[in-house]
Design a protein around this ligand. Structure first.
Ligand code: GLN
Length: 381
């Protein structure tokens, strides 16, 4: 046997894969891993076909096809009023996950501290650690998962290189307010601290809540790398197409890594997305579309013994079951999948120390019939 010391000794298979596998094995309704349970728009499919037939099947330029970069710049102007140079500030990535990974690789050095908020998407900490960084978690305060800014200020040290933020927030559905953005601005003012802002759920917000993108805050924008996702926006998580926005100096460094990581992203899909983006109503209608699903799912499980936590954004509904059972959240998720036929994600997977607040996360980006059946099963508990 060759001797091999794991670079990620604490890490197993991601919880999303574990729960989806278990759901499939037991034939459970899979509300665990976050992916839409319905078809993408047929016009988008036809556009992909069209560009394949047109022969757009060889390497894309490494930053992305110019039509798509321009369409994204146009969209950001419309949404956040910012002027982006498509040639020097936007890069198409292999999903937002690659943007996060390549971004961290480009921007942090061994020993650098990276402040982030827990519960946190499970890719963040391994990406920090594989790049030699030290994760400094800030605990969001339950039950509303609000930010304790005093704690953030205390966590900043001369070694802080970067702060990672995520709004709308996976898994909690919490959304950063304008006040939070201004508080962040105050924390980084006069420092060289960078920001990585994961905004993949930018269009999934409810109750007329506005998305506070770092792109709308010039002071934050000039030190930020923002990651976004077409998978989330156009219901096509399997395409693995996302993008990163950053000022030219940061983008230059990002592209140095990106070019040797993936070189470039698949071309016909980029052309299709560029054309599809020409009609803004295709993404402007998303909050209404998802709010209907959120409200439907909340009503469907209202008679279950679970306590519905606030959900202001993302397509995830978290519930607390602490008054119902003493099981750990992993046990509970496993039992629900095997015995009740509904799979969810145990939120302890989003804490580096495995904190278990007896909270489960359900994905409601599914057909109404599926949500209804899940509601029936959970209401029998
Ligand atoms: N982002 C999705 C979620 O939170 C899944 C991502 C994945 O499976 N890698 O469930």
């Amino acid at each position: 046997m060759v001797k091999l010391e794991s670079k990620l000794p604490e890490v197993g298979t991601t919880i999303f894969t574990v729960m989806t596998r278990m759901a499939n094995e037991y034939g459970a309704i899979n509300l665990s891993q976050g992916f839409p349970g319905y078809e993408i728009d047929h016009e988008l499919k036809e556009l992909v076909d069209k560009h394949i037939q047109l022969g757009r099947n060889q390497y894309s330029p490494l930053a992305g096809v110019p039509e798509l970069l321009e369409a994204i710049a146009h969209k950001k102007k419309l949404l956040y009023g910012c002027d982006l140079d498509p040639q020097t500030e936007i890069t198409i990535t292999h999903g937002a996950t690659e943007g996060i990974f390549s971004g961290l690789t480009a921007l942090i050095r061994p020993g650098d501290e990276v402040v982030y908020f827990e519960p946190a998407y499970d890719a963040y900490l391994p990406a920090i650690q594989l790049n030699g960084g030290v994760g400094v978690p800030i605990r969001l305060k339950s039950p509303n998962y609000s930010i304790d800014w005093e704690q953030v200020r205390k966590a900043i040290s001369p070694r802080t290189r970067l702060i990672m933020i995520n709004s709308p927030h996976n898994p909690t559905g919490m959304v950063w307010s304008k006040g939070d953005m201004l508080a962040l601005q105050e924390v980084v003012e006069g420092t060289d601290i960078l920001i990585l802002s994961d905004e993949v759920y930018q269009h999934v917000l409810f109750d007329a809540t506005a998305h506070q993108s770092v792109l709308a805050f010039p002071e934050l924008c000039r030190r930020s790398l923002v990651t976004m996702s077409f998978g989330k926006t156009f219901h096509a998580t399997g395409w693995r197409v996302g993008y990163a926005i950053a000022p030219p100096a940061l983008t230059r460094e990002l592209r140095k890594v990106h070019q040797f990581n993936t070189f470039s992203i698949n071309r016909p899909f980029q052309h299709a997305l560029a054309e599809y983006l020409l009609k803004p109503e295709r993404y402007l209608s998303l909050p209404g579309f998802f709010q209907e699903k959120r409200d439907f799912f909340r009503a469907a499980i209202a008679d279950s013994p679970f306590e519905l936590l606030d959900c202001r954004g993302t397509y995830f509904q978290s519930v607390s079951y602490k008054d119902y059972s003493e099981r750990s959240d992993m046990d509970m998720a496993e039992w629900l999948t095997k015995e009740v036929g509904v799979a969810a994600i145990p939120v302890s997977a989003f804490y580096s120390d495995g904190t278990d607040e007896q909270v489960l996360r359900f994905c409601f980006a599914k057909e109404a019939s599926m949500l209804e059946e899940a509601g029936k099963r959970l209401s029998k508990l």
